[in-house]
Write a protein that binds this ligand. Structure first.
Ligand SMILES: [Cu+2]
Length: 292
């Protein structure tokens, strides 16, 4: 009996496909990791900061000629020592999450120089920004989020696949700027005054001790969740599995990820569980990879 069961288990676990099937892993929500609690203590008052972030460029409804869009941000408010900066030793630090359309965010560390959105395709786009901590948890105070719409004329070639030139800096007299080559995308038909869920984490690749637990975090505009006196809920599902709900606007940490590819879906729903659409941005699925 036992031997039979064991061989079945082996058969199941070796049949690894591209995406992890639901049920192959059991995820649990765990409290904020001690490592982060300790970091917060070490940071002093910073986690009580109330950053105010404004997009100085591109201007609201501005038209940009060419495929490179310069982003300039103004950070003010009650910062309590909060300052975006990448520590060269650890590669970590406070940073801004910058989101073109509904693509995965990019990290922007040194606000003294512009961040470049490169190879942006022609047409209408949105840009969303908010200040985050070294472990990618966003500040959630009023004022720490801004979205603008802008237009690109003569932009990047949408028919060409985008190649990331990470590490491949062209010879240039000016220091390399932070920036990102973008895959083709366009703005959703989004209304900034309506409920808007902005997907933030997780994204990309998770390795070693960063792969467990993994944080889910998002920004919420014009909507209050049920646990905070509102009518909305955030629904999430991992690897296409059962829907779970978040009724407070705060991050959660999920433990128990198995190695491989996973999908994370976040959606804003109303009190009846119906999806609340806003230009397609309120339902986002990201692929992440866990390696060990
Ligand atoms: Cu981040």
């Amino acid at each position: 009996m036992a031997g039979c069961q064991q061989s079945n288990e082996n058969a199941n676990t070796t049949a690894t496909t591209a995406a992890t099937p639901p049920g192959a892993q059991s995820l649990t929500v765990i409290p904020r990791p001690q490592k982060i609690v300790d970091l917060m203590k070490a940071r002093g008052e910073q986690d009580d900061a109330k950053p105010t972030l404004k997009i100085a460029m591109p201007g609201k409804n501005a038209t940009i000629n060419g495929s490179t869009v310069e982003v300039k941000l103004e950070l003010s408010g009650d910062l309590k020592g909060y300052l975006p900066h990448k520590d060269p030793a650890t590669g970590k630090g406070n940073h801004i999450h910058v989101i073109l359309d509904n693509q995965p965010y990019e990290a922007y560390y040194e606000l003294g120089q512009p961040f470049e959105l490169r190879n942006v395709t022609e047409g209408k786009h949105t840009l969303r920004v908010f200040a985050s901590r070294p472990w990618h948890e966003s500040y959630k105070n009023d004022g720490n989020f801004q979205m603008v719409e802008f237009n690109v004329k003569g932009g990047g070639d949408a028919s060409k696949p985008t190649t990331t030139k990470d590490g491949q800096t062209m010879a240039s007299p000016t220091p390399a700027r932070e920036g990102k080559d973008y895959a083709p995308s366009k703005a959703g038909d989004v209304d900034a005054t309506r409920p808007l869920l902005t997907y933030s984490r997780p994204k990309g690749e998770y390795k070693g001790e960063d792969a467990d637990p993994i944080m889910i975090d998002f920004w919420l505009s014009n909507a209050k969740l049920q646990g905070e006196g509102g009518q909305y809920r955030v629904r999430y599902s991992i690897d296409g599995g059962n829907a779970k709900f978040l009724d407070k606007w705060e991050p959660i940490w999920l433990s128990g990820w198995i190695t491989g590819k996973h999908t994370v879906k976040l959606e804003l729903v109303d009190k009846d569980g119906n999806a609340v659409d806003n230009g397609g941005y309120n339902s986002t699925t990201r692929d992440i990879t866990v390696t060990r």
